[in-house]
Design a protein around this ligand. Structure first.
Ligand code: GLN
Ligand code: ZN
Length: 764
C-alpha cells in the first residue's frame, strides 16, 4: 500500500485567526491563555482538515505563532543573552527574539531574519557560540503530538534536523573568530536524543526530520556529521523520515542513502529529474521513499497522470510498501483553502488547489497508486483529468502578439544605443543635475489618509474621480516638499500604489487576484501574491498619468517609477505551464512599452526596481548562470528602449552582491541605488574591487527605523563612501522607499541628507 502525507500546514487559520490573535496579544488585548487557546483551535482545525481528506500521515509540531525555526531555538534554549533576565515570560522572550521589544524599560532589537531558502518566508536566525548551552526547555513535538492525540488524531511530528538547525544559524557576536556552529553538533545530539526518545516512549511511530540544507551545494562537506548524527539518533528514535525540499539532493544522496533512516523525502515538484538517481541509490537499502509530487510552493492543481507516473516508477523499483506520496514541502507557502475564494470564476477555481485541496490530492494519488477501486477515488481522478484538460485548453488561448514579440526579441533590443560613458555625458547636459545628486527611492509616507482613501474607493464611498483628485493632491504635497528642501531628482511618491507588485498586476492582463489567499512572509506578516494565469500584456499606460502630472508641477526632473519584471514574477504565483523565463520576458515587454511611453510623456529618468532579483537565485549554483542570464536580460529588455538622454535607475534592497556582481554590472542601469547604511564599507569595496563603472547611490541612512540620522552622521557616511567610490559616480539617497515612515522623521532625515550633499559639493 502506498501511503500519503502532508509535510506541514499553513498556520494562519482559515479566517486569519492566528494573525489576529498574535497581534491582539502584542497589543495587550488578549492574555497568553487566550492566545494559547486560539492556537489550540487552529491546530485542531488543521489536523481535522488534513484528516478529513483521508491523508495517512498528518503533520504536527510544525505549527508556529511566529516562526518554526524560532520555536526550535526557544525550545532548545538557543536564546541570546540579551533576551535573558529581562523579567519576561517565556512567551514574551520568544516574541522579543522575533520582533524586538520596547516596553517598560525593556529595549531589545529583534534577532536577524533571513529568507527561508528561495521562498518569500523569513526565519529567525539562531545565534550560536562556544557558550551555547543546549537544553530542552520543552518538547514541542511531544506536546503537540499529545494535543492531537487528545483530539483523536494520530500525527507524525515534524522537527527541524540538528544539522540544518546549526547550519542555518550564525555566529553570535560573542563567538570567537573562526567559530563554526556545526562544531556544536556533539553537544546538540544528546538533546535530540532526549526529544526523540520521549516521542518514542509516547508511542510515536514515525517522525519527519527536516534537513532541507541537504539540497545545498555546500552540504557535500557534511557527510561525516550526517553519518555520526543519524547513527546516534536512529536507534532511540521513532522511525525517521529524513526530509529534503526545494531542490535536488544531487550527489548528497550517496551518503544519505547510507544513513540508518526509515524514509527519505525528496521534492519532485522542484526537481523531478532527481527521481531516477535517488531510486538507484536507495534500491538496495530498506529506505522508504517519500515523493513530493504535490507542490508546496504553488497553487496549481496537480496533474494526477504525471504524478501517478512518477509514483509508479518508484513502485516498480521498490514496491508499493516503500512509497509514500507527499506534498513537495510544507504547505506553509500556500493559502489555506480555495473554499474562501468567493470572487474567482468557476473556471479559475477549477485551476487551483490550496493547502486543504492539496491534502486531498496526495490522498487520491496514493489511493490510485494502491489500486483503489473506490468510486470516490475514481471520480476524483476523472474530475482531475477534466480540470487539467480544461486548463490545457485554456492555455492554448495564448496571446499570439505577445508570444511573437517574445520570440522575436533581438540582442539589440537589450542594449542602450550608446555605452554608459557616452550616455553619462548626454544625461549630464540634459538633466543638469549637480555633483552628488540627491534623490529618494520612490515612495513617500503611506499615511492613514492615503490608505483610508483607497479603502473608501473600494467600498464605493469615493468615486474614481474623487480618489484621483485626492492622489493628485498627495503628489503635489510630495513634489512641493522635495522642491522646498532642495532634492535634485524628484519622485511622485507612489501614493496610488497599494503594493509595488499588486498595483502593476491589477493593471496588466494575465493576472488573477484572490480575496483570502494569504501566505506567511514573516511573523504576523502575510502577503497575498497575485497569480499569473495567462500571457501578460499591457492594455494601457499604467503610471504615465501620475508621473507626467508630477513632472508638470515642477521644473526639476521627475523620476518615473516601475517595479521590474523579475520582482513582479518572484512576488507572484507564476504559471506552471511555461518557464519563468518566458513570463519574465512577457512582463519585461509590457514594462518596456511603459518606459517608452514615460519618455514620450516628458519624463527624463526612470527607475525600475528589482529588489527580488537576488532571492530568485536557484539553490544550486549550477543553475545560477541560466537564471541570471534571463533575469538580467529581462531588466535590460524593460529599460533599453529609450534614448541616450533618459537616465535609467534601478534599486535593490539587499546588499549581498559579491557572488553575482558581473550580473549587476550587466544590467547597465545608469544609476543603481542599494541598501547600504547598515553594511560596513564591505559592499562598496565590492563595487570597487570589480571596477563597477556606472553611477551608484548607496543608501546613506536606514529607513526601517523612525530614527533620524544626524547631518554629521550622513556627512561621515558620504566621506567614507568617497574614500572608495569615484566622486563622479556618487548619488546621495536613503536606503529604500519611505512608505513605512511617518512624515516627521522623513522631513528631518531628508533635510539632513540634502545638507550633507551640499557640504560634499563644497568639500570635494
Ligand atoms: N520604489 C519602491 C519604494 O520606494 C521600492 C521598494 C523596494 O525596494 N522594496 O517603495
Ligand atoms: Zn528597497
Amino acid at each position: 500500500m502506498v501511503s500519503s502525507s502532508v509535510l506541514g500546514f499553513p498556520r494562519i487559520g482559515a479566517n486569519r485567526e492566528i494573525k489576529k490573535a498574535v497581534e491582539a496579544y502584542w497589543a495587550g488585548k488578549i492574555t497568553a491563555d487566550e492566545l494559547t487557546k486560539a492556537a489550540a483551535d487552529v491546530k485542531k482545525a488543521s489536523w481535522e482538515a488534513v484528516k478529513a481528506q483521508a491523508v495517512d500521515l498528518i503533520p504536527s509540531g510544525e505549527f508556529s505563532l511566529y516562526d518554526h525555526v524560532l520555536d526550535h531555538s526557544a525550545a532548545f534554549n538557543v536564546i541570546p543573552k540579551r533576551y535573558v533576565g529581562l523579567g519576561l515570560s517565556p512567551l514574551d522572550v520568544y516574541f522579543a527574539m522575533g520582533r524586538g521589544r520596547q516596553t517598560d524599560g525593556v529595549d531589545v532589537p529583534a534577532c536577524e531574519m533571513k529568507k527561508w531558502f528561495d521562498s518569500n518566508y523569513h526565519f529567525v536566525v539562531p545565534e550560536f557560540s562556544e557558550e551555547t548551552e543546549f537544553k530542552l526547555n520543552y518538547n514541542k513535538a511531544l506536546n503537540e503530538f499529545k494535543e492531537a492525540k487528545a483530539a483523536g488524531i494520530t500525527t507524525r511530528p515534524v522537527i527541524l534536523g540538528p544539522i540544518s538547525f546549526l547550519v542555518l544559524g550564525k555566529n553570535a557576536k560573542t563567538a570567537q573568530p573562526g567559530f563554526r556552529p556545526i562544531s556544536l553538533l556533539p553537544k546538540l545530539i544528546p538533546i535530540y536524543k532526549q526529544l526523540l526518545s520521549e516521542l518514542k516512549a509516547e508511542g510515536v511511530e514515525s517522525v519527519q526530520i527536516d534537513e532541507p540544507i541537504l539540497v545545498l551545494d555546500s552540504t557535500v562537506a557534511l557527510e561525516k556529521e550526517y553519518t555520526a548524527a543519524y547513527a546516534e539518533l536512529a536507534p532511540i528514535s521513532p522511525k525517521i523520515v529524513l526530509t529534503t525540499y526545494f531542490a535536488r539532493l544531487d550527489s548528497n544522496v550517496n551518503f544519505v542513502a547510507k544513513l540508518p533512516i526509515f524514509g527519505l523525502h525528496i521534492d519532485l515538484d522542484r526537481a523531478p529529474s532527481q527521481l531516477e538517481g535517488v531510486l538507484a541509490a536507495v534500491k538496495n537499502t530498506n529506505i522508504v521513499i517519500s515523493l513530493g509530487v504535490v507542490s508546496g510552493r504553488n497553487i496549481w492543481k496537480t496533474d494526477f497522470v504525471a504524478a501517478i507516473k512518477l509514483g509508479q516508477a518508484a513502485i516498480d523499483a521498490l514496491g508499493a510498501d516503500r512509497v509514500i506520496i507527499a506534498t513537495s514541502s510544507s504547505l506553509l507557502h500556500t493559502p489555506v483553502t480555495l473554499a474562501s475564494e468567493k470572487k474567482l470564476t468557476e473556471q479559475q477555481k477549477d485551476w487551483f488547489s490550496f493547502a486543504t485541496e492539496k491534502a486531498r490530492e496526495v490522498a487520491v494519488i496514493a489511493a490510485a497508486l494502491s489500486g483503489s477501486q473506490d468510486a470516490q477515488i475514481a471520480a476524483a481522478l476523472e474530475a482531475n483529468r477534466a480540470s487539467i484538460a480544461a486548463r490545457r485548453e485554456f492555455e492554448k488561448n495564448s496571446d499570439d502578439t505577445v508570444r511573437k514579440r517574445v520570440a522575436s526579441i533581438t540582442p539589440e533590443m537589450l542594449e542602450r544605443k550608446s555605452p554608459f560613458p557616452v550616455r553619462k555625458e548626454i544625461q549630464a547636459k540634459h538633466l543638469n543635475l549637480p555633483k552628488f545628486p540627491t534623490t529618494t527611492i520612490g515612495s513617500f509616507p503611506q499615511t492613514k489618509e492615503i490608505r483610508q482613501a483607497r479603502a473608501k474607493l473600494g467600498k464605493g464611498e469615493l468615486t474614481q474621480e474623487q480618489y484621483e483628485e485626492f492622489i493628485k493632491k498627495e503628489i503635489e504635497t510630495v513634489v512641493r516638499f522635495q522642491e522646498k528642501i532642495g532634492l535634485d531628482l524628484l519622485v511622485h511618491g507612489e501614493p496610488e500604489r497599494n503594493d509595488m507588485v499588486q498595483y502593476f498586476g491589477e493593471l496588466l492582463h494575465g493576472f488573477v487576484f484572490t480575496q483570502n489567499a494569504w501566505v506567511q512572509s514573516y511573523g504576523s506578516r502575510y502577503v497575498r501574491p497575485p497569480i499569473i494565469v495567462s500571457d501578460v500584456s499591457r492594455p494601457g499606460a499604467m503610471t504615465v498619468k501620475w508621473s507626467s502630472y508630477a513632472q508638470n508641477l515642477t521644473d526639476r526632473p521627475m523620476k518615473g517609477m516601475l517595479t521590474g519584471p523579475v520582482t513582479i514574477l518572484n512576488w507572484s504565483f507564476p504559471r506552471a505551464d511555461i518557464p519563468r523565463e518566458f513570463q519574465s520576458k512577457q512582463l519585461a515587454l509590457a514594462l518596456r512599452d511603459e518606459v517608452v511611453d514615460l519618455e514620450k510623456a516628458g519624463i527624463h529618468a526612470i527607475q525600475v526596481d528589482e529588489p527580488a532579483i537576488r532571492e530568485g537565485l536557484p539553490l544550486r549554483r549550477a543553475d545560477w548562470d541560466a537564471y541570471l542570464k534571463w533575469a538580467v536580460d529581462s531588466f535590460k529588455l524593460a529599460t533599453a528602449g529609450v534614448t541616450d538622454q533618459l537616465q535609467t535607475h534601478s534599486h535593490f534592497c539587499y546588499s549581498d552582491f559579491d557572488d553575482i556582481f558581473p550580473s549587476i554590472q550587466r544590467l547597465d542601469a545608469d544609476v543603481i541605488s542599494i541598501e547600504a547604511s547598515k553594511s560596513d564599507m564591505k559592499l562598496l569595496n565590492t563595487f570597487r574591487h570589480y571596477g563597477y563603472s556606472n553611477q551608484i547611490g548607496p543608501g546613506v541612512y536606514d529607513i526601517h527605523s523612525p530614527r533620524v540620522p544626524g547631518g554629521q552622521e550622513i556627512k561621515d557616511r558620504v566621506r567614507d563612501m568617497l574614500t572608495i567610490l569615484p566622486e563622479s559616480l556618487l548619488f546621495i539617497n536613503p536606503d529604500c522607499g519611505l512608505k513605512t515612515r511617518g512624515w516627521k522623521e522623513t522631513e528631518a532625515s531628508l533635510i539632513n541628507l540634502v545638507e550633507a550633499a551640499k557640504w560634499a559639493r563644497q568639500t570635494y
